[in-house]
Design a protein around this ligand. Structure first.
Ligand SMILES: [Zn+2]
Length: 300
């Protein structure tokens, strides 16, 4: 597997759009979506205003269809780890991937772009998981408000070492798009729609060169018509090793939850919702440290 999925547009551009897919090896839909978008660009060769680059994240994990081999690749993007990886002291397969991604990025990051956008593509183990994880919403809202899917705020402050936080600190407009269920064939077109939306709304591509995405857009508008567009994190249930955490069956993303609702079980007994809200990312896979999240509309 190659690190680079695709590159398009002149290197000496003002705008950089950088996409990562497959940070989690059990989430190949983002890789397929980028492959589709680049195939379309290579076939029709539209004129563009900017440089667009797509990379694979965790290649050994993608090759074995595992979320990760040793540690979650999307929790190690800290200054300290990046320095260690760059110095060649990678202590895990994921730290080696971090080094490899930075070596690839060094080839194009040096150029003085006036605008930079980072998009991280994911899918979820629970159903109905189409949403955006935003960082620094005031800075990114001009772009993110164009997406008719829920925007989740405040999640990044609770999660250490994610790529979107790293790129935000580097001055990027930075966000993650969750496309839906890992194994749902619809997750790939949803993620591809997200990429095209960024290419269009950033001014990279003129609308006349866009494929027709009205069906996906309409589908998402209907699906989320009754949900608030902005939701902020109230609670994150962390899973520790040995907790034997098991989510109760049947929960989906954005299920309405009441305070005290029995959501899961672990070695201490029933896990109850500490507050009312909407459920996010119920954990239905073996790997992962986050059992579930609760979100609600932010206070005005
Ligand atoms: Zn993921």
């Amino acid at each position: 597997m190659e690190r680079i999925i695709g590159k398009y547009g002149p290197p000496q551009s003002d705008l950089l759009i950088f996409c990562l897919a497959g940070m989690h090896g059990n989430e190949p839909a983002g890789v397929r979506a980028l492959e589709e978008v680049f195939a379309h660009l290579y076939q029709y060769r539209p004129p563009v205003k900017g440089r667009f680059i797509g990379l694979r994240g965790n290649i050994p994990a993608l090759a074995t269809h595992k979320r990760f081999l040793h540690e979650d690749f999307n929790r190690i993007w800290t200054e300290g780890n990046i320095r260690i990886a760059r110095e060649g002291h990678a202590h895990s397969p994921e730290m080696k991937e971090l080094k490899a991604v930075f070596e690839e990025m060094d080839a194009f990051m040096g150029h003085p772009y006036s605008q930079r956008i980072f998009l991280d593509l994911h899918t979820t183990s629970g159903d109905n998981g189409t949403f955006i994880v935003a960082v620094d919403y005031p800075h990114s809202r001009n772009l993110l408000d164009k997406f008719p899917v829920p925007l989740i705020l405040g999640l990044e402050e609770k999660l250490e070492g994610t790529a979107i936080t790293y790129f935000r600190r580097q001055g990027f407009i930075s966000f993650a798009l969750e496309g839906g269920l890992h194994q749902d064939p619809q997750s790939t077109p949803v993620l591809a729609w997200g990429i095209w939306t960024v290419l269009l709304e950033s001014g990279f591509l003129s609308p006349v060169y866009m494929p027709d995405l009205s069906e996906t857009r309409l589908h998402l508008r209907h699906k989320f018509a009754n949900l608030p567009q902005l939701l902020s994190l109230d609670y994150l249930h962390r899973v520790r090793p040995g907790d034997s955490f098991v989510m109760r069956p049947g929960f989906k993303n954005f299920d309405k939850i009441h305070e005290g609702q029995h959501l899961a079980d672990d070695r201490h007994g029933p896990v109850l919702a500490p507050s009312a809200g909407f459920l996010l990312m119920p954990l239905y896979q073996k790997e992962g440290d986050d059992g579930f999240f609760l979100v609600s509309p932010p206070p005005h």
